[in-house]
Write a protein that binds this ligand. Structure first.
Ligand code: GTP
Ligand code: MG
Ligand code: ZN
Length: 358
């Protein structure tokens, strides 16, 4: 394994310049726990922990290493253990709003070239969910690809594929069955050596099953629908980066029940709903609320069926969520928030030092 087979390139090398010291080396995060990580290097897998200094310098959980990150480590002599001194700037990142009351940004995976938005063609199939994932994917900076898995369970997969293409212009849409070897070749254009792909989607859609077909040897756990998912359990419980037989870097993630927008950017919504943005541009009034004003292009399109009512609802919902996210990144509010987080993590560290007697 070389650095470039782990995805390293001139861009990351340039970011690494400040650390060009023989005692340091770059490493890629394969698994991230609270403050500790498993990291891959040409010399093998290290178990690594953030230094106190890195923890102190981080203003929010999103500043700590996430799977896919490039980090700067200092190995301990003679051990496969290391300290993490820095996280290199992320080129792309797939984030969501953390579940629970804290509402921080949660970086699901970093430095992705492509995201596979995996959906199963079973009874849970839902176009609105694809729109939501797509919006976060555009926001990530990585290229989205819609993967409609379990085609073997659907009578007319071609039709669903056309439906999905219609709501995602310009995005590749693939139908396949993880159970058919021949189908997997559809993924080849994105699974190139040194390229990073994250698989995202609800629990049970077959993300781990797909990855297992691509790996050489060792297997990830996959769930039996009738048992695990019936009880709402997730089979995959952590995010993990693996190398496929052909040298692509794939990241498995647990199915996410709550997938809320975190970021405040409007361009991701525009990318997902380009058709609606175009319609809005055709309204007679610049501040049209699309509630009944004369010359409203949106209402006209809804009436004559060019715009689907569900898609319009989905857009409005995501737009409200985005406005909410924008308020949250209000600089003053965000600062207060970070201070609280910092205090808490300092306390946690003091406590753990005290507990371990150092
Ligand atoms: N019929 C059919 N079943 C599939 C296919 N792909 C996966 N499955 C089954 O779907 C179930 C769930 O698959 P997993 O790979 O564990 O799903 P996951 O997306 O990793 O789920 P989480 O880890 O919980 O997020 C397993 O029983 C798989 O065997 C497929 O193409 N067709
Ligand atoms: Mg899984
Ligand atoms: Zn209007």
């Amino acid at each position: 394994m070389t650095l470039s087979s782990l995805g390293w390139d001139d861009g990351f090398a340039a970011e690494y310049q400040p650390y060009a010291d023989p005692s340091f080396q770059p490493a890629r995060v394969a698994r991230a726990h609270k403050h500790a990580c498993d990291v891959l290097t040409p010399a093998g897998l290290f178990s690594a922990a953030c230094t106190g200094r890195l923890l102190n310098a981080s203003l929010s959980p999103a500043d700590l290493p996430a799977v896919g990150d490039w980090v700067v480590i200092r190995p301990r002599p003679g051990e496969m253990q290391a300290d993490i001194h820095a996280v290199l700037p992320r080129r792309t990142k797939f984030s969501r709003r953390a579940a629970g009351p804290r509402e921080d940004e949660q970086v699901v995976a970093a430095n992705l070239d492509t995201v596979f938005l995996v959906t199963a063609l079973d009874q849970n199939y839902n176009l609105r969910r694809i729109e939501r994932y797509l919006t976060l994917a555009w926001e990530s900076g990585a290229q989205p690809v819609i993967v409609l898995n379990k085609a073997d369970l659907h009578p007319t997969p071609g039709q669903v594929r056309a439906e999905a293409s219609a709501i995602a212009p310009g995005v590749p849409v693939l139908t396949l069955s993880a159970r058919e070897d021949a189908d997997l070749h559809a993924l080849d254009p994105w699974l190139l050596p040194g390229r990073t792909v994250a698989l995202l989607g609800s629990s049970g859609v077959g993300k781990s099953t797909l990855i297992n077909r691509l790996l050489d040897g060792e297997r990830l756990a996959t769930g039996d629908l009738s048992t695990a998912h019936g009880k709402g359990r997730h089979t995959t419980t952590w995010r993990e980066l693996r190398v496929t037989a052909r040298g692509a870097l794939v990241i498995d993630t647990p199915g996410m029940r709550e997938l809320q927008l975190w970021s405040a950017s409007t361009s991701a919504l525009t990318d997902t709903f380009a058709d609606i943005r175009e319609l809005v541009g055709g309204c007679r009034f610049g501040d049209c609320s699309h509630q009944g004003e004369p010359g409203c292009a949106v209402l006209r399109a809804l009436e004559d069926g060019r715009l689907d009512e569900d898609r319009w609802q989905s857009y409005q919902k995501l737009q409200r969520e985005q406005a909410y996210a924008a308020r949250r990144v209000d600089p003053r509010l965000a600062r207060e928030d970070r201070q609280v987080w910092k205090k808490r993590s300092q306390l946690a560290r003091h406590y753990s030092r005290w507990k371990h007697g150092s």
